[in-house]
Design a protein around this ligand. Structure first.
Ligand SMILES: NC(=O)c1ccc[n+]([C@@H]2O[C@H](COP(=O)([O-])OP(=O)(O)OC[C@H]3O[C@@H](n4cnc5c(N)ncnc54)[C@H](O)[C@@H]3O)[C@@H](O)[C@H]2O)c1
Length: 326
């Protein structure tokens, strides 16, 4: 099979490409290299064709769709900082880009998997989220909610294409996904804390640090996506993907210091200072993945400490490679 992965040179996209090539499939990666990097695909070789272009280019999307059998749509403006700083670009990329992909998938009758996010649940306060739970958001005048809103529009469009046009769609709501090759440059917490620790800089933790998250290894996330794509009963439906090992961000920072042997201290930074006035964060974000597990048998296989060790080792390797280039 030939898979088209939009955002294929990004963090998750490059791991997906690697997994598909390893099982004998061909991959076309469409990426504008805004947050992704060509080097992310360097280890895979000739089985991936990287096309440098945008999902906003409808003609290009049409051409690549015609040459592919299945589509995985990951390209998006990602990360809270990017979205707060550039809400307009985020909205256009996430909404128009998905519209282009769904339209073209419909034109050629291609199965399409769309990456959504746990941000869909907004500030809903449930202890753990099921796919049917409410989207609870603040005012549309607050940029923070534009990411959640744009991904909700993507989901609604995908559901509509499935119901009205019988397009085979699958939606996945990803919770915090981490692992090698993720960059801290756009505010993603684990790689950023590891970068700070390796430089012996203070580890910056937002708010009181008692907010909790669940971190899932990217290879577990990729495995779940592939299981869902191979399962006809997943079509027309939405699935949470994430780990349920919950950790506070303060505890995460302490474990990163332990894993790196760093001399860094932890510095608490108020949300207003980090993201501007009025920023709201969620205290907890725990997925209920029973729907995914009962359909596919999936469960995550990596512990948080194992993941931290891998991210530290990945950053050591990258630092050494950069030093060798200089
Ligand atoms: N990493 C997470 O924790 C997480 C959580 C929830 C949802 N997601 C979703 O997973 C997907 C992949 O995220 P990621 O973590 O790999 O981030 P990433 O930034 O590494 O990947 C996004 C990729 O899309 C590319 N891109 C952006 N705009 C584009 C455009 N107009 N045309 C073509 N390519 C474009 C970027 O260059 C990048 O390679 C995104 O849709 C994101 O919303 C990720």
């Amino acid at each position: 099979m030939r898979y088209l992965i939009t955002g294929g040179a990004g963090f998750i996209g490059s791991h997906l490409a690697e997994a598909l090539v390893a099982r004998g499939d061909d991959v076309i990666a469409l990426d504008n290299l805004s947050t992704g990097r060509r080097e992310n695909l360097a280890g895979i070789g000739d089985d991936v064709e990287l096309v440098h272009g945008s999902v906003l280019d409808a003609l290009l999307v049409d051409e690549l769709m015609a040459r592919s059998d299945i589509v995985i749509h990951l390209a998006a403006a990602v990360g809270v900082r990017l979205i707060v700083e550039r809400p307009l670009r985020s909205l256009i990329t996430n909404i128009r880009g998905s519209e282009n992909l769904l339209e073209a998938a419909h034109r050629y009758r291609r199965k399409i998997l769309i990456a959504s996010t746990s941000e869909i649940y907004g500030k809903n306060q449930r202890a753990s989220f099921r796919e049917i739970d409410d989207q609870v958001l603040g005012s549309p005048s607050v940029s923070r909610w534009s990411y959640s809103t744009s991904k909700a529009v993507d989901e609604i469009l995908a559901f509509a294409y499935h119901r009205e046009r019988q397009l085979p769609t699958v939606i996945v709501r990803l919770f915090n996904t981490v692992g090698p090759r993720q960059t801290g440059a756009y505010g993603m917490v684990l790689p950023r804390l590891v970068e700070q620790a390796l430089r012996d800089n203070a580890l910056t933790v937002h708010g009181d640090g008692r907010q909790t998250r669940c971190f899932c290894h990217v290879s577990d996330v990729v495995a779940a996506m592939l299981l869902l794509l191979d399962e006809p009963k997943a079509e027309g439906d939405v699935f949470n993907i994430g780990s349920s090992e919950e950790v506070s961000i303060l505890e995460l920072a302490k474990r990163v210091i332990g894993a790196t042997g760093s001399r860094s201290e932890i510095s608490l930074v108020p949300y207003d200072e980090a993201f501007g006035e009025g920023f709201e964060d969620m205290r907890r974000r725990v997925p209920d993945t029973s729907k995914l597990r009962s359909l596919t048998g999936w469960k995550p296989s990596h512990s948080l400490d194992g993941i931290i060790a891998e991210v530290v080792s990945d950053q050591h390797t990258r630092k050494a490679e950069q030093a060798a280039w200089r």
